[in-house]
Design a protein. Sequence first.
Length: 154
Amino acid sequence: MSDAPLVMTSHRPYLLRALYEWIIDNGMTPHVLVDATQPGVRVPAHTVKEGKVVLNIAERAVAMLEMDNESIRFTARFGGVSHPVAVPISAVLAIYARETGQGMALPEDIPGNGDAQGDEEMPISESESDIADGPPDDDETPPPRRGGHLRVVK
């Protein structure tokens, strides 16, 4: 067996595709919120507001939609003019259903994935640290939980 650290690919494109399918399966319209300032983002400049753009990626709104582990690519009409669109997965901030707002802000990649640093200890999120440390003491009160907070940027 090798002593090389185990490295996994990014989980973001898999979450994106799964949520896209879930939104489509429920008859809703999938929209993605994109950080248009990231390198490799190709969208019509007039659609960008405050460095972000919301894109409708429903089958009826785009042509030749491709979502792989590196990017989302398609052709769409903006103001009646067809434009090619390319968005690196790293630039996708969230995916949600237009009708309900349900969806997810995509989490950052876990440090150490895709690089060979390996010996670093993985950071543990608050919810994981609660599990790792066991149940809280009776005199400790857990912090209040925050609900989802996606908003539509137009």
